[in-house]
Write a protein that binds this ligand. Structure first.
Ligand SMILES: [Zn+2]
Length: 83
């Protein structure tokens, strides 16, 4: 799917540029790691890491999906059934 490839490439470009994937600010020398996905491989800035930690406390351990991050391209829409 070209939309998925575009999202993965946008994420890779931001990581390579040292940009926080959640807010678009610069990453610190030692970034936090997002807990939105199981393998915890997405670097984020310290304020975003703190926000995720608070979100986890208030939401029973869950954090919002990556698709809600404003810095990333919108996820592909599912096609609608035509009747
Ligand atoms: Zn951030």
């Amino acid at each position: 799917m070209p939309e998925v490839r575009a999202r993965v490439e946008a994420i890779q470009s931001m990581v390579d540029s040292g940009v926080c994937l959640r807010c678009g600010d610069c990453l610190p020398e030692w970034p936090d790691i997002s807990h939105t996905i199981g393998d915890a491989c997405l670097p984020i800035c310290t304020p975003c890491g703190n926000n995720e930690a608070l979100e986890q406390v208030h939401n029973g351990g869950f954090v919002g999906p990556v698709a809600e991050w404003p810095t990333l391209p919108a996820p592909p829409r599912r096609s609608r059934l035509r009747l």
